[in-house]
Design a protein around this ligand. Structure first.
Ligand code: XMP
Length: 326
């Protein structure tokens, strides 16, 4: 008999049993899952928990600031921000294979948590003790699609499942591992998290790293970040945030096409809009966004983002497409 109340009670008890009086860190990504996982752990073990927000340089515009503001305001949790963009960009240099990118990002996340742990121990001075537990907001579909479910094929290695290094020093705490996204949202709301957090559209842990088709570098990230900010702002302005499950914006970094702007020729990259509607991300359909909105997004991106001269719309359902392109 599934109720959010039961889930919370059961998970709080499990977490307490698992971690005892140990110290815990939780990676916050800015998304719903990690926020709800953190709130559950906080409910269970209070200030044994420190949240770590890894700024991997693959974030969208304004995202780091938003996490610091919204989540800390809502929960009062201890937050450590780890600025790790250089580490991730160096590790990703020259890599364009999707699964390799995912594995590198998963590994670097763990390395970043290990560094954060050392910093936190140092900061605590004589009180400092080793942190044994790492909380992750892994959901049921992440487990299934990473090949962890019974008889499931490995479709993608989610950064927090199939992308973990072998020599992991932390013991994982994963209170959402049996839940679907809508259930996670209900749990978050019941725990008192504000709508801005529980209603947020999904965003993958590997971030823009898997939305650049081709090699990831700072310049390409900058292009994508600008285009994505425009697309999201227009979707919000059209009042369609809650109707659309999420809208990845994807940079086809190795593709260029000829265009014309003013009196001149351009030779720029295309951007793909991938708005989808879905119940649980296991299946999805492409969203029938109003043409006026698509026109506005296209005009603005091609006018405002130097280097992008074409906007295309992905009209593939899942299956056969997945939501993200990598
Ligand atoms: P796909 O692309 O597999 O995506 O149809 C399904 C949902 O999962 C999100 N996604 C991820 N989330 N870590 C995450 O936290 C990941 O590695 C990851 N890969 C995909 C995706 O945005 C969609 O909501």
């Amino acid at each position: 008999n599934w109720t959010t109340g039961n889930v919370i009670e059961e998970q709080v008890a499990r977490i307490r049993q698992q971690v005892g009086s140990g110290k815990v860190i939780c990676g916050l990504s800015g998304g719903v899952d990690s926020a709800v996982a953190a709130a559950l752990v906080q409910r269970a073990v209070g200030d044994q928990l420190t949240c770590v927000f890894v700024d991997h340089g693959l974030l969208r515009e304004g995202e780091a600031e938003q996490v610091e503001r919204d989540f800390v305001a809502a929960t009062g949790v201890k937050l450590h921000v780890a600025k790790e963009a250089d580490r991730f960009l160096e590790a990703l240099a020259g890599v364009s294979d999707p699964e390799t990118k995912r594995k590198i990002i998963g590994r670097e996340f763990i390395r970043a948590f290990e560094t954060a742990e050392k910093t936190l121990i140092e900061q605590a001075g004589s009180e400092g003790e080793q942190i044994k537990f790492l909380v992750q907001g892994t959901l049921y579909p992440d487990v299934v699609e990473s090949g962890g479910g019974e008889g499931a094929a490995n479709i993608k290695s989610h950064h927090n499942v199939g992308g973990l290094p072998e020599d992991l020093q932390f013991e994982l705490v994963e209170p959402l591992r049996t839940l679907f996204k809508d259930e996670v949202r209900a749990v978050g709301a019941q725990l008192g998290l504000p709508q801005e957090i529980v209603g947020r559209q999904p965003f993958p842990g590997p971030g823009l790293g898997i939305r650049i088709i081709g090699e990831v570098n700072a310049e390409r990230l900058e292009l994508l970040r600008k285009a994505d900010a425009i697309a999201r702002a227009e979707l919000t302005a059209a009042g369609l945030d809650s109707e659309v499950w999420q809208m990845p914006v994807v940079l086809l970094a190795d593709v260029r096409s000829v265009g014309v702007q003013g009196d001149g020729r351009t030779y720029g990259h295309p951007i793909v809009l991938r708005p989808v509607s879905s119940e649980d991300a296991m299946t999805a359909d492409w969203s029938r966004l109003p043409y006026e909105l698509l026109a506005r997004i296209s005009n603005r991106i091609t006018n405002e983002v130097d280097g992008i001269n074409r906007v295309v719309l992905d009209v593939t359902s899942k299956p056969p497409g997945t939501i993200e392109w990598e």
